[in-house]
Design a protein around this ligand. Structure first.
Ligand code: RP5
Length: 193
């Protein structure tokens, strides 16, 4: 993944001093020393779908880490990742997987952190298999599931969750929504006749 990281834009975190002392000092952008969001995926083949999550966290200057954790191929790594997430300072986990997409649910079973699941569309079944695997969790173990291949929304939801502790992020989200609204209204104005 090294070349992917180097392809991402650098961003200095603007979050320093905005967190309560209970939270670790924020690092800066991708592979930060103290990531608040963990982006994990079942395979490197999921990376194109998961990269928009990283790019959006960069935009909001939220420090994150990104790596491969497979529920089936590296079950012990998954257990260690989930069990250590809170003490390592993570506050939200974004987990993407395709097919028999057990990663988000299994991670949610082994941590109390909020887990956001991204169903990845595989080469067959249009991603509905992944969606059902992630969304149909049993009572007691929630996974916030976004739309198929929509890691953008996973990142935006993570920012909203972190915004509960970091008011600055809610202001950034307000600005993001306003910009988005303005863009649509500009298109409306152009299309109207
Ligand atoms: C899942 O199996 C991964 O999340 C991926 O979406 C899918 C296929 O993996 P590869 O065979 O491409 O490695 O575990």
């Amino acid at each position: 993944l090294r070349h992917i990281f180097s392809a991402l834009p650098d961003s200095d975190s603007a979050l320093t001093n905005l967190f309560t002392p209970a939270l670790p000092e924020p690092g800066s952008g991708k592979s930060a020393a103290h990531p608040l969001v963990g982006i994990i995926m079942g395979s490197d083949s999921d990376l194109p779908v998961m990269l928009p999550a990283a790019r959006h966290l960069d935009q909001f200057e939220v420090p994150y880490e990104l790596t491969i954790v497979s529920a089936h191929r590296t079950p012990e790594r998954m257990t260690e990742y989930a069990r250590s997430a809170t003490t390592r300072g993570l506050r939200v986990i974004i987990a993407g997987a395709g097919g028999a997409a057990h990663l988000p649910g299994m991670v949610a079973a082994m941590t109390s952190l909020p887990v956001i699941g991204v169903p990845v569309k595989g080469s067959t079944l249009d991603g509905v298999d992944s969606l059902h695997s992630i969304v149909q969790m049993p009572r007691g173990i929630p996974v916030a599931t976004v739309a198929i291949n929509n890691s953008t929304n996973a990142a935006l939801l993570a920012v909203r969750i972190l915004g509960g502790s970091v008011p600055h992020l809610l202001s950034s989200m307000d600005a993001f929504l306003k910009k988005q609204e303005d863009e649509v209204l500009t298109k409306v104005a152009k299309l109207e006749y």
